[in-house]
Design a protein around this ligand. Structure first.
Ligand SMILES: [Zn+2]
Length: 118
């Protein structure tokens, strides 16, 4: 490719990619780091079916674990809260991926806009 052409194409493509990334990021509402755990419990009461039958165990109970001030913090969630939290966690991973892509496109843009002197 002729010398200035590649740079212009690169510049345009990087700008377009960044615009797409910004659009994707603007659609994100729920956002949380951490992990969601789903547990069931055995109550220990005499005669309760949960002791023998796995499908009769109590729950499910949902617990969200995340880092806060360098410490792992847990919080119990209701089933409807857990559904939203799962979305928030999925979005967090998606946003991280988008940020990495933004970084790649920014490097491309910097090279196209301000090429190194040779
Ligand atoms: Zn039980």
């Amino acid at each position: 490719m002729p010398y200035p052409y590649g740079r212009l194409t690169d510049h345009k493509q990087a700008r377009q990619q960044i615009a797409r990334l910004q659009e994707s990021l603007s659609e994100v509402d729920y956002l949380c780091s951490g992990t969601l755990l789903k547990r069931t419990k055995v109550c220990g009461k005499a005669g309760c079916r949960c002791a023998q039958d796995v499908s009769a165990r109590h729950g499910p109970y949902y617990e969200w674990g995340h880092m806060q001030g360098g410490k792992l913090v847990h919080r119990m969630l209701s089933p409807p809260q857990a559904v939203l939290m799962q979305q928030a966690i999925d979005n967090y991973r998606r946003v991280q991926k988008l940020l990495r892509e933004w970084e790649v496109q920014t490097e491309r843009l910097i090279d196209a806009e301000a090429p190194r002197e040779t």
